[in-house]
Ligand binder design. Structure first.
Ligand code: MV4
Length: 455
C-alpha cells in the first residue's frame, strides 16, 4: 500500500479523499491555490504545498507544479478527484513518467473512453445496446443531413470530446440542423480544442441511469448498482438517488452485467461509471463512460457499504477488489442534494460570499460532504458546489422525509450568498418527483409559471 498520496484537487472531494487515506493509514499531501490557503483540505492533510494563483489554470491545472509538489514531498501516488485533471490522459502519462501512480485508469483507457464517439464504437463491439447514431465523427454538414435522415428526427449532436452534457444540441426538425451543427462544432472547438461531433437519435422523456463499476488489475470487475440522475438542469445534476425508482432487480442485473462487460471490453481499471438512458419500455441504451470518481458516488456508498475512494486507492496499489459480485447487496435508499452557492431565482447565477451563518444538518443516516466551515468565504474562481447532503432510509419515502428534515436544519447565510436549498425543497415536494415517475424532462426549460417544477 502507498505510504503517501498527493490529492490534486480542492473542496469537498479533496476532503473526502484525505479522509479515505487517513482510514487506510496513508499520509496526505494537499495542494492549494492562493484562494484556498485556509481551506479545509489544507488543514486536514498532513502536509500542504502552494501550487499557484487563484485561477485554476495556474494552480489546480498546473501539471508541472503539481508533479513538483508530489516529488518534493515524496508522495507515491496522485488522486485527481473529479474535474480539473481527473480525465486528462496526458496528466496520467506524466505521472507515470515521473514514477507516480495516477489513481485512475491507464492513460490509453482514458483516451479511448474520453472520445465519446470511439467509446460508442467499442461498446457497440462489446454488444451493448446503442441508440441509432454514428460511431465516427460527422465531418461535414452534408454528412450530418444524410445521417440525421437515416436516424430520423429528433437527433442530438454531441461533442466527441465532451461529456456530462457539455457541448450538446437537440435538433427537432431538418431546418434546425445547419445552425445546430455549426454551433456545436464551434463550441466544441472553443471548449475542448476538438471540433469532432457525432449524432444520435434523441430520446425525450427518458431516465438518466448510471452504473457504478470497479475493476482491479487482476481481472476482477463488479458493478455496484445504479444511480438515477434524471433531475438535471442545463445538464447540471441537482439530485441523485440510489437505487433508481424505475429499475427492478431483473433490470438491475441486466444493466449491471452490460456495464461490467463494457468496462472489461476497454480494459478498464479503477472506479468508473457507465451512463445509460432508460426508455419508457424498460430498454436501456449506452451513452458514455466516465473514467473518474463522480460527485454523486456517496449514494452508491450508502446503499452498498463500499467505500469507493478506498477501493480506488486499493486498485491503484495493485490489490484485488474488496468485494465480489455476490457480496454486493443493496440495502435501503439514498438521496443526495447538491448545495450550490447559486441563486435559483436569478437563473442559477453564481452567488458566492462569506458563510456568516452556517449550520449543517446532522442526525441519523445523514451525511454532509463539505469543505465549508462557518466564516469561510466561497471563492468565485471555482465550481459553486459548497456541500452535498446525503441521507439514507430503509425505503425511498423514508429517505425523502429525512432529506426534507435535513434541509430544514441547514442554514447557509451571508451577504450576497444564496443556495439551491429552496429549489431542492420544491423538487422534493413535487408530486411527480415524489412518485418517482419523473424523467429528464422534469426540469425542462420553459416559461416560468406554466406548472412545472421550476415555477
Ligand atoms: C441524451 C438524451 C436523450 N437522447 N442523448 C445529458 C448528459 C449527457 N451525458 C447526455 N445527456 C442526454 N443525452 C440522447 N440521444 C438525454 C440526455 C439528458 C438530458 C437531456 C435534456 C434535459 C435533461 C437531461 C438530463 C439527463 C440526460
Amino acid at each position: 500500500m502507498f505510504r503517501k498520496i498527493l490529492v490534486a484537487n480542492r473542496g469537498e472531494i479533496a476532503v473526502r479523499v484525505i479522509r479515505a487515506c487517513k482510514e487506510l493509514g496513508i499520509g496526505t499531501v494537499a495542494v492549494y491555490s492562493s484562494a484556498d490557503a485556509e481551506s479545509a483540505h489544507v488543514h486536514l492533510a498532513d502536509e500542504a504545498v502552494h501550487i499557484g494563483p487563484a485561477p485554476s489554470a495556474g494552480s489546480y491545472l498546473n501539471i508541472p507544479n503539481i508533479i513538483g509538489a508530489a516529488l518534493r514531498t515524496g508522495a507515491e501516488a496522485v488522486h485527481p478527484g473529479y474535474g480539473f485533471l481527473s480525465e486528462d490522459p496526458y496528466f496520467a502519462e506524466i505521472c507515470a513518467e515521473d514514477g507516480l501512480t495516477f489513481i485512475g485508469p491507464p492513460p490509453e483507457v482514458m483516451e479511448k473512453v474520453g472520445d465519446k464517439a470511439v467509446a460508442r464504437r467499442l461498446m457497440s463491439e462489446a454488444g451493448l445496446p446503442l441508440l441509432p447514431g454514428t460511431t465516427e465523427p460527422v465531418p461535414t454538414l452534408d454528412r450530418a443531413y444524410e445521417t440525421a435522415d437515416e436516424i430520423g428526427y429528433p437527433v442530438i449532436i454531441k461533442a466527441a470530446a465532451g461529456g456530462g452534457g457539455r457541448g450538446i444540441s437537440v435538433v427537432h426538425r431538418r431546418e434546425e440542423l445547419p445552425d445546430a451543427y455549426r454551433t456545436t462544432r464551434a463550441g466544441a472547438q472553443a471548449v475542448f480544442r476538438n471540433s469532432d461531433v457525432y449524432l444520435e437519435r434523441y430520446l425525450p422523456g427518458a431516465r438518466h441511469i448510471e452504473v457504478q463499476v470497479v475493476c482491479d488489475a487482476h481481472g476482477g470487475a463488479v458493478h455496484l448498482g445504479e444511480r438515477d440522475c434524471s433531475v438535471q438542469r442545463r445538464h447540471q445534476k441537482l439530485i441523485e438517488e440510489a437505487p433508481s425508482p424505475s429499475v427492478d432487480p431483473e433490470l438491475r442485473e441486466r444493466i449491471g452485467e452490460a456495464a461490467v462487460r463494457g468496462a472489461r471490453a476497454v480494459g478498464y481499471q479503477g472506479a468508473g461509471t457507465m451512463e445509460f438512458l432508460l426508455d419508457d419500455e424498460g430498454r436501456f441504451w449506452f451513452m458514455e463512460m466516465n473514467a473518474r470518481i463522480q460527485v454523486e458516488h456517496p449514494v452508491t456508498e450508502m446503499v452498498t457499504g463500499v467505500d469507493l475512494i478506498q477501493e480506488q486507492i486499493r486498485i491503484a496499489a495493485g490489490l484485488p477488489l474488496s468485494v465480489g459480485q455476490s457480496d454486493v447487496r443493496l440495502t435501503g435508499h439514498a438521496i443526495e442534494c447538491r448545495v450550490n452557492a447559486e441563486d435559483a431565482e436569478r437563473d442559477f447565477a453564481p452567488a458566492p460570499g462569506r458563510l456568516e451563518h452556517l449550520v449543517w444538518p446532522g442526525g441519523p443516516w445523514t451525511r454532509v460532504d463539505t469543505h465549508c466551515r462557518p466564516g469561510d468565504r466561497v471563492p468565485p474562481h471555482y465550481d459553486s458546489m459548497i456541500a452535498k447532503v446525503i441521507v439514507w432510509g430503509r425505503d425511498r419515502e423514508t429517505a425523502l422525509v429525512r432529506m426534507e428534515r435535513a434541509l430544514g436544519e441547514l442554514r447557509a447565510e451571508g451577504p450576497g450568498l444564496r443556495t439551491t436549498v429552496p429549489f431542492h425543497r420544491k423538487i422534493l415536494a413535487h408530486p411527480e418527483f415524489r412518485k418517482g415517475t419523473h424523467t429528464t424532462a422534469f426540469l425542462r426549460e420553459r416559461d416560468p409559471g406554466d406548472g412545472d417544477a421550476r415555477s
